[in-house]
Design a protein around this ligand. Structure first.
Ligand code: SF4
Length: 371
């Protein structure tokens, strides 16, 4: 297993900063495979796959086989309950729902142990956040009848796996993958390995291909878990989990990472729509200083968070995204009008989502066993 890298514009760290300026380097330096060559074999690729937002994978061929043949497979991912749904968690939620709709049994983990170990959020607090997060994913279309939503801290099978796995891992291995960290983070990594492999336990029908859709920052967990799946092969007959990787959406201030320290760099799905509209209108763009220059020289959608918002979430039509890219480059469109159009789409989506979500709060409490 190779550790994290920090080599000029490339840092992969699930517990810290992740910076990827050149996604192609992940193929050569981390052994992630490009998704593009498989695209034509995927029965019904989602928009994020078609648009290159989901750009890489490990062993995704296994999942394609299952999708095509109707064999049982699972999707597993989760959320750290540290706050409301934002554009990053929305991406993961949509991926889980996509695979569920394509036939997977879906596992959605509330990573409350990681929220405690990584962010210091006590369980009483993360429980409240989790109710909110589960209502979000239900409102987005997750079908609880064909899925399993659980909290790490309440799932004995996950914890039992973590205890078993701990005998197969040395401190040196943990340091090589995650760097020098407090023991709690190593523990939460073992727990996450338990999350990823739990769908293959007898209780859930035994070994099966499992895809874990994640942001690229989570790849160390995937490598670690695949290694554990091999080490504990003889006992459990685990199939090493497959994974897909999505790019990280740019922050509204143009930086690589949305940050709670800068509320103008992101918005959540719980925010007041007027505030969201303002954040979009104030966002950084790839535009030119004057309208005249923009018409003459064109803008730069490659560095523009407004373009990312269309690309990742808010345009249903692939051709519309391509047209926007070209119109921006050619100076056929100005940032002001582009932002206004996006504001309308986002505000409509958020209002609709908030209305739906309110109807799922009780269901979320019931699923999580919260009074
Ligand atoms: S026209 Fe749109 S995509 Fe192009 S730089 Fe301006 S806001 Fe971004």
């Amino acid at each position: 297993m190779s550790g994290n890298r920090d080599t000029g514009g490339l840092i992969i760290d699930p517990f810290g900063a992740t910076l990827v300026e050149d996604y192609d380097r992940l193929f050569t330096e981390f052994g992630i495979q490009p998704l593009k060559p498989l695209l034509s074999q995927i029965p019904n690729p989602c928009a994020a796959m078609r648009r290159g937002v989901i750009f890489g994978h490990r062993d995704f061929e296994r999942i394609i086989d299952a999708m095509k043949s109707g064999k049982e497979f699972a999707v597993m991912s989760g959320i750290k309950p540290t706050g409301e749904f934002h554009l990053g968690t929305l991406m993961t939620a949509r991926e889980i729902i996509y695979f569920q709709q394509e036939g997977a049994t879906a596992f959605y983990c509330i990573a409350d142990i990681e929220a405690y170990e990584d962010n210091g959020i006590p369980f009483e607090e993360s429980e409240k956040i989790a109710v909110n997060n589960v209502a979000d994913i239900l409102a987005l279309g997750f079908d609880p009848k064909r899925g399993y939503i659980y909290r790490q801290s309440r799932e004995e099978r996950v914890k039992d796996l973590a205890i078993l796995f701990s005998r197969g891992v040395t401190l040196a291995t943990m340091k090589a993958i995650y760097g020098e960290r407090h023991m709690g983070l190593y523990l939460s990594a073992l727990i996450q390995a338990g999350d990823i492999l739990m769908p293959q336990l007898k209780d859930f029908g035994g070994p099966k291909p499992t895809v874990v859709p994640v942001g690229i920052d989570q790849d160390p967990h995937i490598r670690f878990t695949r290694d554990l799946a091999n080490r504990f092969q003889s006992k459990f007959k685990f199939i090493p989990p497959s994974s897909t990787y999505h790019k990280l959406i740019k922050a509204l201030d143009g930086s690589y990472k949305m940050s709670k320290r800068n509320p103008m760099s992101y918005f959540t799905l719980d925010e007041d729509p007027d505030t969201i509209a303002k954040k979009i209108l104030y966002a950084f763009t790839g535009g030119r200083p004057t309208a005249e220059e923009q018409r003459r020289l064109g803008g730069n959608p490659d560095i523009c968070p407004i373009f990312d918002l269309y690309l990742f979430h808010f345009s249903r039509d692939d051709k519309e995204v391509i047209d926007l890219y070209n119109d921006c480059k050619c100076g056929n469109i100005l940032c002001g009008e582009d932002k206004m159009r996006l504001v309308k789409i986002v505000v409509e989506f958020v209002k609709d989502h908030q209305r739906k979500k309110a109807q799922f709060i009780d269901k979320a409490r019931e699923i999580l066993g919260v009074k």
